[in-house]
Design a binder for this molecule. Structure first.
Ligand code: NDP
Length: 237
């Protein structure tokens, strides 16, 4: 169990999938949780009423909205950037605008969110981004741009750890392997290929990733910073 009583927590991209599991876990453990969503008001409002958290519409592709929502939440104890999109396919065919949109959400948004949060963050605060095991291993074709966005998170958390360590603020990336969500359903067409890379041949459950986030946000993890935590059933082993 972790205890987030009286902690001001913001989850960017919390309406569905891994983000929703993080909202549930942190709210269950007593946190004052707000989360953003872009285009899914129904699951967002349902989750908010189920967990007592606050749903805020904000598009992570828009820097102004990212900065504004962080400012709106005041002095944060923990910010978790989960919002991410996946564009896969032959780089010669992929729409360059879709790739730039992914870069906006997967790279620019976490950077600007964390820097803005740091301006006003309580000492011993927590910055956590959901990266991917593909930051370190991209074992099939079509994932170059996605892997690039997730590798960028590695350099970012290392740097942020140095920037804000004197305030006890930690910065970490969680690097999941396949996780059962709408982005990557456990019964999807790529499951056998992905499980072939794994030591434990199944998709992770969203609550398993939320558990890693809760540990990194806990007091127990006060010395864990500038690190990338792979949770992938051995995909990268
Ligand atoms: P889902 O597609 O199931 O959910 C994505 C979440 O991000 C939704 O809450 C969505 O909000 C939000 N989001 C997307 N775009 C925006 C945006 N522009 N502004 C605000 N919120 C946005 O994805 P997952 O839960 O599977 O993935 C979550 C994170 O985990 C991503 O960063 C992904 O790259 C990473 N990841 C996932 C893996 C997997 O196998 N599932 C493996 C490794 C990493 P809305 O509902 O409003 O669209």
């Amino acid at each position: 169990m972790t205890d987030f009583t009286d902690k001001n927590i913001l989850v960017m991209g919390g309406s569905r999938g891994i983000g929703a599991a993080i909202v549930e876990r942190f709210a269950k453990d007593g946190g004052d949780v707000a989360f953003t969503y872009a285009s899914s008001p129904e699951p967002a409002n349902l989750l908010a009423s189920k967990t007592g958290s606050t749903a805020l519409q904000s598009d992570s592709a828009q820097r102004d909205q990212v900065v504004q929502i962080v400012q709106q939440r005041g002095k944060l104890d923990c910010i978790i950037v989960n919002a991410g999109v996946l564009e896969m396919g032959d780089p010669l065919d992929l729409d360059p605008d879709a790739i730039d949109h992914m870069i906006d959400i997967n790279i620019r948004a976490p950077y600007h969110a964390f820097v803005e949060a740091a301006r006003n963050m309580n000492d011993n605060g927590r910055m956590i981004v959901i990266g991917s095991c593909n930051a370190e291993r991209m074992p099939f074709a079509g994932g170059a741009a996605y892997a690039m966005t997730k590798s960028a998170m590695q350099g970012m958390v290392r740097g942020l750890a140095r920037d804000f360590g004197d305030r006890g603020i930690t910065a970490n990336a969680i690097q999941p392997g396949p996780v059962d969500t709408e982005m990557n359903p456990a019964d999807g067409p790529m499951k056998d290929m992905m499980h072939g890379f794994m030591a434990i041949k199944r998709h992770a459950r969203v609550d398993e990733v939320a558990g890693m986030a809760a540990y990194l946000a806990s007091e127990e993890a006060a010395i864990v910073t500038g690190a990338c935590h792979t949770i992938d059933g051995g995909f990268n082993a």
